[in-house]
Design a protein around this ligand. Structure first.
Ligand SMILES: Nc1nc2c(c(=O)[nH]1)N[C@H]1C(S)=C(S)[C@@H](COP(=O)(O)OP(=O)(O)OC[C@H]3O[C@@H](n4cnc5c(=O)[nH]c(N)nc54)[C@H](O)[C@@H]3O)O[C@H]1N2
Ligand SMILES: Nc1nc2c(c(=O)[nH]1)N[C@H]1C(S)=C(S)[C@@H](COP(=O)(O)OP(=O)(O)OC[C@H]3O[C@@H](n4cnc5c(=O)[nH]c(N)nc54)[C@H](O)[C@@H]3O)O[C@H]1N2
Ligand code: SF4
Ligand SMILES: [Mo]
Length: 703
């Protein structure tokens, strides 16, 4: 029988009027995407098959969550506050007002009365421009980015222990690791494509050790899961090191030839036998022993961590302890033995690498270093301050104290996502002038005097740097909506009107300038990045560095540094009044402030924040699935729906911060990492009560 021939698919150019290979703008995995548009709308996104981080995969955000770009809520004109209400204005009016107010405040109170935030969602070139605007056009080092509330402890610790602020290897090290130890990171939700890669590695025989107070999905694929009390990571890692040492699983040659400071750590470890660690962490001694043996005996092992490590009072110290574990076993700088902090936002690595920080220029060079400061002074033709600027929490304190008068917040929803919402709101209220540069109105724009409409990642060009230090190209597939402009254009225009010309025609000129002024990125250029990107350091000839420290560490003398740091109790501890520990974090379907994912089909999958409660606590509290509960901490109170689940340990509760109506961060206090001021989002003592008048279910208590 003759079969009808299947008609050929129409050619790509007939189906789409614009296609672009770009990089995902959600998380730090940095999946390469093929985006296709028709009639000014994105119609499909798929994986770029040669993307090195994603190897043909994406998650549901990268692939499907693009509908926000043409949401009717997008900002399409500048807004100016008149009589308390934000009203549409022309670009001329908005820019004139910004320049007049910033100039007035600078003349009256000096440049340090002004501060800016760069967006870790935006490109390197946007962030570099923002840092240059604050330093050269305003004259202050008051510039910071979202890394402050995320992985600043990782950056601090890696620089102390090894020298450079970045993962020591690549995601491909997971494929070569005999063991992967995951401390306080939940990749199947936060970094799903890496999560899938870890699952595949586990199915092929890589042994996973997961350490998390919640039974995360990867625990089901692993060899050992440990559930520590939140805030006790230091004791866990010291315990692992104790057993590795006791069992003689050290790499003595590596310690002798490539490290310094081991003796003090050896002495310290004596106090952390598994029984002592069980007391602090609640982890059964035998389980800790088994995990230590698994890691210690393996020929290769990688360490992955996330916010369950960093967002704590001693977060940076725990990262230093993880570096100790790698150094004492020689598991660093080799294939399969990488330290891979899973950096969060698409470009949080890059915004920091580009010097959008109060104390450093590009590649973490100090603003106090005379040679570095004069290098930029010559390049920019403007006098530059040698004094460190304020970190984000210091900005808010200074605003409340009346010392900081104006802020320019670019792509960060601090009123929803920063800790202690009441304090943030008080700070924003206290400012004389607030500019927000955004793609949507959000909780922060409610305080703004001027809102500038900007462009999302599918509408701009430049580069991002992913969690494995890879510069990758970003290309537009649609134009910004209405009168919205690219972030790069807006920042350049504000600087120009303040009297400082960047002299760039496009983001690629800014990238060339970064390469010229920064030895670590010397060989980066648009052409060399090509389709698959380059991992810094990139030498002048364009060769890059997938693995760091294969021969020397990047510290004076070239040795890795052991830090002798004991366990200390977390800042906020449960007591009779606040008996439960609240851990906050994220879920797969929504992204941080949720401004984007809440405006996509993902909102139909999950439409609210919920509080996870263990069945034992739920019974004691008379709470059943779906009940509204009140959650009270030492600083605030919220209402949220409860979900009863045994993924969480008794005594702990968990919620997310994706929906502004929940206001989760009202509960978070001022406690933060001792070295970097990263907030302690992960340990909040709370009291939980049902608020329905009639409990829908009265548990039968067994006698
Ligand atoms: N879908 C989605 N993906 C995202 C984001 C998002 O909002 N949604 N956000 C992005 C951003 S900005 C970031 S930084 C990353 C974050 O990604 P992750 O670092 O994975 O962040 P979290 O899920 O907040 O926390 C990780 C885990 O730490 C655990 N934890 C809490 N306290 C402790 C502790 O004391 N000890 C240990 N061992 N574990 C603890 C929590 O239970 C949680 O499972 O995700 C990025 N990707
Ligand atoms: N309770 C609790 N709070 C947390 C955390 C937690 O675990 N628990 N995690 C913290 C962490 S790790 C992080 S990183 C922060 C994240 O906090 P934020 O940085 O505030 O959140 P995001 O949703 O990533 O994006 C910020 C804003 O950027 C805008 N935006 C996106 N792309 C662009 C762009 O290209 N241009 C411009 N101009 N704007 C853009 C979005 O609309 C959004 O309003 O939240 C922190 N808050
Ligand atoms: S894993 Fe991260 S980078 Fe990849 S598609 Fe998902 S959100 Fe985007
Ligand atoms: Mo983050």
């Amino acid at each position: 029988m003759a079969h009808a021939t299947i008609p050929e698919a129409p050619a790509t150019e007939d189906r789409f009027d614009r296609v672009a290979t770009t990089t995902c703008g959600y998380c730090g995995v940095g999946c390469r995407l093929e985006a296709r548009a028709r009639g000014g709308r994105v119609v499909s996104i798929g994986p770029a098959l040669d993307g090195p981080a994603n190897e043909g995969h994406t998650c549901l955000k990268g692939r499907f969550a693009h509908g926000f770009t043409r949401s009717p809520d997008r900002l399409t004109t500048p807004l100016i506050r008149v009589d308390g209400v934000l009203r549409p204005a022309s670009w001329e009016e908005a820019l004139d007002l910004i320049v007049a107010e910033l100039t007035r405040i600078k003349d009256a109170h000096g440049p340090d009365a002004i501060a800016g935030l760069a967006s870790s969602r935006a490109t390197n070139e946007d962030c570099y421009a923002m840092a240059r605007l604050m330093r050269a056009a305003i004259g202050t080092n008051n510039i910071d980015n979202c890394s402050r509330v995320c992985h600043s402890p990782t950056s601090f610790a890696l620089r102390k222990s090894f020298g450079l602020s970045g993962a020591t290897g690549s995601f491909s090290d997971i494929d070569h690791a005999e063991v992967a130890l995951l401390l306080g990171v939940n990749p199947t939700q936060g970094h799903p494509v890496v999560g899938a890669r870890i699952k595949q590695a586990a199915l092929r025989g890589c042994k996973l050790i997961t350490i998390d107070p919640r039974r995360i999905e990867l625990a089901d694929y692993g060899a050992i899961h440990l559930s520590p009390r939140p805030g006790t990571n230091a004791a866990v890692v010291l315990g692992l090191c104790h057993v590795v040492h006791r069992e003689g699983l050290l790499d003595a040659d590596f310690i002798a030839e490539r490290t310094e400071g081991w003796e003090a750590v050896e002495e310290l470890l004596a106090g952390y036998d598994p029984a002592a660690v069980e007391e602090i962490t609640g982890i059964p001694a035998a389980d800790l022993e088994a995990a230590a043996l698994l890691y210690g005996e393996a020929a290769s092992g990688s360490l992955l961590w996330g916010l369950g490590v960093t967002e704590h009072k001693y977060g940076s110290e725990v990262v230093q302890l993880l570096c100790n574990l790698a150094l004492m076993t020689g598991k660093v700088g080799k294939p399969g033995s990488a330290l891979l902090p899973l950096r969060g936002q698409n470009n949080v690595q890059g915004s920091s690498d580009m010097g959008a920080l109060p104390d450093t220029y590009t590649a973490y060079r100090s603003v106090e270093d005379e040679d570095v400061a004069s290098l930029f002074e010559d390049a920019w033709g403007a006098p530059l301050s040698r004094t460190k600027g304020m970190k984000i929490p210091e900005m808010f304190d200074a605003a409340v104290a009346g010392e900081l008068k104006a802020m320019y917040i670019f792509g960060e929803d601090v009123a929803q996502t920063d800790p202690d919402t009441a304090h943030v709101a008080a700070a924003l209220e206290s400012l004389e002038f607030l500019v927000c540069q955004e793609i949507f109105e959000n909780e922060t724009t409610k305080f703004a005097d001027v809102v500038l409409p900007a462009s999302a990642f599918l509408e701009k060009e430049g580069t991002f740097i992913n969690a494995e230090r890879r510069f990758q190209i970003v290309e537009p597939v649609i134009d910004p909506p209405g009168e919205a402009r690219t972030d790069f254009e807006i920042i350049g225009e504000v600087a120009r009107r303040l009297g400082h010309e960047f002299g760039w025609d496009s983001p690629w000129d800014a990238l060339d300038e970064v390469a010229r002024l920064t030895p670590e990125y010397a060989g980066v250029s648009r052409v060399r990045l090509g389709r698959t990107g380059l991992q810094w350091p990139v030498r002048p000839d364009g060769s890059d560095s997938p693995t760091l420290y294969d021969t020397v560490f990047d510290r004076p003398g070239g040795r890795g540094h052991f830090a002798a740091l004991p366990y200390k109790a977390p800042g906020d501890a449960p007591d009779e009044e606040f008996p439960l520990v609240l851990v906050t974090g994220r879920i797969l379907q929504h992204y941080n402030a949720g401004t984007m994912t809440r405006r996509t089909g993902n909102a139909r999958l999950v439409d609210r924040d919920i509080l996870e409660v263990h069945p034992v606590d739920a019974a004691r509290l008379w709470v059943t699935d779906g009940d509204k509960v009140s959650v009270r901490s030492r600083v605030g109170r919220i209402e949220v729906e409860a979900k009863v689940t045994d993924r969480i340990e008794p005594g702990h509760v968990f919620t997310t911060f994706h929906f502004p109506e929940t206001r989760t961060n009202l509960l978070v206090g001022q406690s933060s990492d001792v070295n970097t001021s990263c907030p302690e989002y992960k340990v909040i003592a709370v009291d939980v009560r049902p608020i329905s008048e009639q409990p829908s279910f009265v548990p039968v208590l067994e006698s």
